[in-house]
Design a protein around this ligand. Structure first.
Ligand SMILES: *[C@@H]1O[C@H](CO)[C@@H](O)[C@H](O)[C@H]1NC(C)=O
Length: 311
């Protein structure tokens, strides 16, 4: 074995012994704060460790109790020992053999705040309450409405895509998201936002049609325990029809203006000639009258009644 290999081996050995030293202590990882929707469920993520060898679930007893009172069980495998107000509502989802102590509280009530702590009893070894890692639950009395993401308007014939999502803390019975439209493609998904808090998502896509204009798209979230909320959007479809709505009146007005212009042009042209004719006729007429009158004046004999003045 060369020096390098020996060093690597040494380093690995140290790592392994470190990990086993670390895992050789009583510790638990519990989410410290979590929201819970009243009437729904809440799942509290929890893992734990203890010194010594791995043991199957059957050799361990898991308990969840109120902080400050080790006797007030909110979960116990013997349901008779569970406090009355938690009877039948708590379940250990985690696999104890895999050091998972995840707890589910169902039909959440207003006063389920806690804090609650995990306790493990291993008859062959010891008992331990992880009172430094307890969970406090914040109650939410009514669910928030889902978030609906979309474009402000859609072009007729284009893909209309809507994304709807909502947070929850009940992964054992996640909320369902449903759309008001039965046509189109729906893509559901679930993702973990942060420890204990999940998000269900649904993406709806369809081809925007002319008749979708002014119609409502609704995303409804139904939570475990049957509480529901919804988000809506009234679609604006910029269709060819909408363009015609603008083009037709504009074209009509323009047409009328052009028509009036043309008609006016001919009318003016026609009347101009007539006016000119009239004017020239008038001028002729006037002159002829004037000349006629002057001629008549010139031809008058200025004889006065009463005879001759020449005396
Ligand atoms: C613990 O158990 C829960 C419930 O089965 C599971 O969702 C979670 O992923 C487990 N955690 C770990 C760290 O394995």
């Amino acid at each position: 074995m060369n020096v390098q290999a020996r060093l690597v081996f040494c380093w690995l050995y140290l790592q392994v012994s470190f990990v086993s030293v670390l895992s050789d202590t009583w510790n638990a990882k519990v989410v410290p704060n979590i929201d819970a929707l009243v009437k729904s469920c809440v799942v509290v993520p929890c893992t734990y460790n203890y010194p010594g060898t791995s043991l199957p679930s059957s050799r361990k007893r898991a308990i969840w109790h109120k902080k400050g009172n080790r006797e007030e069980y909110i979960y116990h495998e013997d349901s008779i020992s569970v406090a009355d107000n938690f009877k039948g509502r708590t379940k250990l989802l985690g696999n104890l053999g895999q050091k998972n102590c995840t707890l589910e509280i169902d039909e959440v009530r207003d006063h389920d705040n806690g804090p609650f702590c995990f306790r493990i009893e291993i008859p062959d070894l010891d008992k331990f309450s992880f009172v430094e890692q307890c969970v406090t639950i914040s109650m939410i009395s009514s669910p928030k409405e889902p978030v609906l993401e979309h474009k402000n308007y859609f072009k007729e014939g284009s893909h209309a895509v809507f994304k709807c999502y909502v947070k929850h803390t009940c992964p054992s019975h996640p909320p369902s998201l449903t759309w008001s439209r039965s046509d189109g493609e729906v893509l559901p998904s679930i993702k973990l936002l942060y420890e204990g808090t999940w998000q269900v998502e649904s993406v709806l896509s369809f081809i925007a049609k002319e008749q979708d204009h002014n119609t409502e798209v609704t995303c409804k979230a139904v939570f475990h325990g049957n509480m529901e909320t919804e988000a809506k959007f009234v679609m604006f479809v910029k269709g060819k029809q909408n363009i015609y709505h603008i083009i037709i009146p504009v074209a009509t007005v323009l047409g009328i203006i052009i028509l009036l212009g043309v008609v006016g042009f001919f009318v003016i042209k026609k009347y101009k000639r007539q006016i000119q004719e009239l004017q020239s006729r008038n001028e002729n007429g006037l002159w002829s009258r004037i000349s006629r009158v002057s001629r008549r004046f010139r031809s008058v004999d200025y004889t006065f009644p009463g005879g001759d003045y020449k005396h």
